[in-house]
Design a protein around this ligand. Structure first.
Ligand SMILES: [Zn+2]
Length: 244
């Protein structure tokens, strides 16, 4: 009589193996997620380096003026063009040839990979947040000012643009990039863009000296300067509205 030799797993053994795999996976997945997030942070910082080069390329061709945040708001018109159409800082960069003109859905240096629209160009409103001091409209040496503004604080600490986020309306859920960040605001949570620390509790910035890096909220204090990026609130990693 032939001996039947078959390897069989009991149900208990099978469950043990499955649970071991589950434990190993649970140990590995956060590491993978961290690695993926670090990759996105690197892409974002590199984007800002390119944005910085575009800003200074623009300034080089514009009597050292950086682009204005937007034209057409607050009754402003675009000098010499006679236009009252809205023009964001990125559109001005594109018009000047400092960056390419993006099509919708195209990968863009203007967009963070970690928040809607996730590294793809969608609209000139859903891009990185550029400076927008509330009291003076945009003053960073733009062509609408007789007296150009220069940072009094060290340019290494003066942010020009960074990771921003906003709510679409005051009551909607947080979750999209926004093309400018206001200087300060009190009272109700605004619909404007604010710094969003989406990169493992840090936000990426391009600074006036041309360097790009991620900064945590504890380092936002240097920005609370009349000549720097004034903020008194920011969005944390989870989109919560936090007072500094
Ligand atoms: Zn980012």
């Amino acid at each position: 009589m032939a001996t039947e030799k078959r390897i069989r797993f009991t149900l208990i053994e099978l469950l043990v193996v499955i649970s071991i795999i589950a434990i190993l996976a649970s140990m590995l997945l956060p590491a993978l997620r961290n690695a993926r997030e670090m990759g996105k942070t690197t892409v974002c910082v590199n984007n800002f380096k390119q944005v910085g080069m575009a800003l200074y390329s623009y300034a080089g061709d514009s009597n050292s003026f950086l682009p204005i945040t937007e034209v057409g708001n607050s009754g402003m018109t675009e000098n010499g063009w006679g236009s009252t159409l809205m023009n964001t800082w990125a559109q001005k960069l594109a018009k000047a040839g400092a960056i390419k003109t993006y099509a919708i859905g195209e990968s863009s240096i203007l967009v963070c990979p970690s928040l809607f629209p996730f590294g793809k160009f969608y609209s000139h409103y859903y891009i990185y947040g550029y400076r927008y001091p509330a009291t003076e409209h945009w003053r960073l040496g733009n062509e609408y000012n007789i007296n150009p503004w220069y940072p009094k604080r060290s340019p290494t600490k003066t942010a020009l643009a960074g990771d921003s986020g906003c709510k679409y309306t005051a009551t909607s859920v947080f979750g999209q990039a926004y093309y400018y960040m206001p200087s300060c605001s009190s009272g109700a949570e605004p619909m404007n863009g604010f710094i969003h620390t989406r990169h493992q509790n840090k936000a990426a910035f391009i600074f006036a000296d041309g360097h790009a890096e991620t900064v945590g909220f504890k380092q936002f204090v240097p920005f609370t300067d009349p000549d720097s990026l004034l903020i008194n609130h920011y969005y944390d990693q989870n989109g919560n509205w936090i007072e500094l």
